[in-house]
Design a binder for this molecule. Structure first.
Ligand code: MBD
Ligand code: FE
Length: 277
């Protein structure tokens, strides 16, 4: 039997990355004199993360922000941000303006989120699809913290931009998000004495046929966790203040009895790169 070293490398990048990763971990083990007990505890932790379905959460919490920064270097347009573990494909397709799917008694404050989608060359992008997902006003994501059957695609939709490249959705102000304490990711953070909070945010994945897909987040200014996101993903250009509206005439126009908030942001997508010949 020929050893793996003598076989022709099928995938040179995979081979190089794997050897570097294992080499880095072996050097780490030597540097810190990792004990056999610590090694076994690490294996048990990873096994628990897998068994509970928390591998995506754990990887995204500790590593995705770095992948995002490396992979978006020199990109141009609106800054990207991590996708995170709670994206669900296939959310309802809606036309702007619209109200995101919600429960009859959806808690919290109404938020009207509007924006323009344009290209880095300045052209507005009608027909772009703005895929939005967020936690509710109690910090819960549908399909993860709220059972799918109770509220399918709650606060999730794919919204098409209008002929001017604009969109407007009515949603609810999201709360800060705390990673569940009971699972392996939360227990690891607690064991280190670290908090498990992300500042309130809205996720977006914006696609258009001639543009590079933009995966990003909008963060709400003033959130208590804005400077200490457990994921380390906040970028200053993505932090936006809400405007409060409590004028009775404005409320009446929208059929609301409590104050509501608005947020506006323009999203800029780089042109799709020419296909390599
Ligand atoms: C989230 O809501 C999130 O957006 C990320 C990136 C990681 C954990 C929870
Ligand atoms: Fe999130």
């Amino acid at each position: 039997m020929s050893s793996s070293k003598t076989m022709e490398a099928k995938n040179p990048r995979l081979n190089q990355l794997f050897d570097d990763l294992v080499g880095t971990l072996r050097a780490f083990i030597r540097k810190h004199h990792i004990t056999h007990e610590e090694f076994r505890r690490t294996v048990a932790h990873l096994n628990e993360a897998g068994a509970t379905g928390e591998i995506p959460l754990m990887m995204d919490v500790f590593l995705e922000a770095t992948v995002d920064r490396v992979d978006s270097e020199g990109r141009g347009g609106t800054e990207t941000c991590v996708e995170g573990p709670f994206y669900v494909p296939g959310a309802p397709a809606m036309k702007s303006p619209c109200v995101l799917p919600h429960r009859a008694n959806e808690p919290g404050e109404v938020l009207i989120f509007s924006g323009l989608v344009r290209s880095t060359d300045g052209a507005a992008l009608p027909g772009a699809v703005v895929d939005i997902w967020q936690a509710d006003a109690q910090g819960a994501y549908s399909h993860f913290n709220i059972p799918e059957a109770d509220a399918p695609y709650n606060l999730r939709a794919r919204v098409g931009t209008d002929q001017d490249g604009r969109f407007e959705v009515r949603t609810w102000v999201p709360a800060s998000y705390e990673i569940p304490k009971a699972g392996p990711t939360g227990k690891l953070l607690a064991a280190m004495g670290r908090h498990a909070w992300r500042p309130a945010h809205i996720h977006l994945r914006i696609t258009h046929e001639n543009s590079q897909t933009l995966t990003t987040q909008i963060f709400l200014a003033g959130d208590p966790w804005i400077d200490s996101d457990v994921v380390g993903a906040v970028k200053g250009s993505l932090v936006v203040g809400l405007e409060k509206h409590d004028n009775p005439a404005d409320l009446r126009k929208l059929g609301l009895v409590r104050p509501y908030y608005t947020l506006s942001y323009d999203f800029v997508l780089p042109r799709r790169m020419a296909k390599a010949a």
